[in-house]
Design a protein around this ligand. Structure first.
Ligand SMILES: Nc1ncnc2c1ncn2[C@@H]1O[C@H](COP(=O)(O)OP(=O)(O)OP(=O)(O)O)[C@@H](O)[C@H]1O
Ligand SMILES: CC(C)(CO)[C@@H](O)C(=O)[O-]
Ligand code: BAL
Length: 282
């Protein structure tokens, strides 16, 4: 276990990265909002396969939360995060204050088309990806990292950020990593800690229903009916369903049959006050 550096300013991070680059070392960034779990640590382990140096950013980004969302109550657990990152041998944490990221007068946003406007997360969180892309664009250019690792758990986010990095020539390679799950199938997520015991017991239903739906599609059951049945099952189980859809795995465009291309199933559903998202490939 090694001591992990903590950078609170762009300047401090840039100086360290410049020294690493001067020594011929590649740098990978793992952007997070903290409240770390094993899924995040898997991203760090993946990052270490690509680069000698790994920086984990911890920043609860206000611009990606709508006014009614959980920005204020989002878990902030820096001491536990730092201990986990030390154990994982990360090199540094980038932990900027909101004023460092968005100084007074800050007035820019990244405008997105393509995978950010397909009627999934963007339908329920209309300003979300603009905030995600703006902060990711800043994180990439602030750090000058060579790689950034993102989880497939936030599948649409992964597509949005990958597209943006390519379109804007940000000079960073986006590395995807498969979703890390609890033993009962629930995708690990910082927001799982909001769940009551009863809700936590019900939450793995999402993954179970998605797996059964994927099996039906692989079995050439008519897609529309299979998706409709899965939606009904989720609602009957007690979730409030935002969406459960079959989409093209690359473009996120709607699909009507297996022949339309590789299919990704994506879901967002609420249990009480907690909104869960998940997705799987067919
Ligand atoms: N279970 C997981 N497996 C793999 N990657 C994950 C998992 N959970 C989160 N990530 C990835 O970690 C990065 C940071 O995500 P974030 O800090 O929002 O964590 P989170 O657990 O998804 O939190 P939230 O509950 O806010 O969605 C993202 O790239 C996200 O996709
Ligand atoms: C990528 C990210 C760190 C940007 O704030 C956030 O959306 C997240 O944690 O997935
Ligand atoms: N993991 C995505 C961050 C968010 O829900 O705001």
């Amino acid at each position: 276990m090694s001591q992990v550096a903590v950078f609170e300013t762009v300047k401090a991070m840039r100086e360290a990265v410049a020294a690493w680059h001067a020594a011929g070392e590649k740098v990978a960034l793992v952007p997070t909002m903290g409240a770390l779990h094993e899924g995040h640590i898997a991203l760090v382990t993946e990052a270490q396969k690509h680069a000698r140096r790994v920086i984990v950013s911890i920043f609860v980004n206000p611009t990606q939360f709508a006014p009614h969302e959980d920005f204020k109550k989002y878990p902030r657990t820096f001491d536990s995060d730092r201990a986990q990152l030390e154990a994982a041998n990360a090199d540094a944490i980038y932990f900027p204050a909101v004023e460092e990221m968005y100084p007074p007068g800050f007035a820019s946003r990244v405008l997105l088309l393509g995978p950010a406007a397909v009627g999934l997360e963007d339908r329920f969180r209309p300003t979300h990806f603009e905030g995600v892309a703006t902060v990711c664009c800043k994180l990439f250019t602030q750090s000058k990292a060579d790689f950034a690792v993102f989880g497939e758990k936030d599948y649409q986010q992964l597509k949005v950020v990958t597209r943006m990095a390519h379109d804007l020539d940000l000079g960073i390679e986006i590395v995807p990593l498969a979703t890390f799950r609890e033993t009962d199938g629930l995708a690990m997520s910082s927001r799982n800690r909001y769940l009551s015991a009863d809700e936590r017991a019900l939450a793995p239903t999402l993954h179970r229903v998605m797996q059964a739906l994927a099996a039906r599609i692989r079995n050439d059951d008519p897609l529309f009916q299979a998706v409709a049945d899965a939606q009904t099952e989720i609602i009957t189980a007690g979730f409030e369903l935002d969406y459960l859809e079959a989409r093209h795995a690359d473009t996120l465009a709607p699909v009507t049959s297996r022949a339309d291309g590789p299919i990704r199933l994506l879901i967002a559903a609420r249990l009480g006050a907690t909104r869960l998202i998940d997705n799987i490939g067919v």
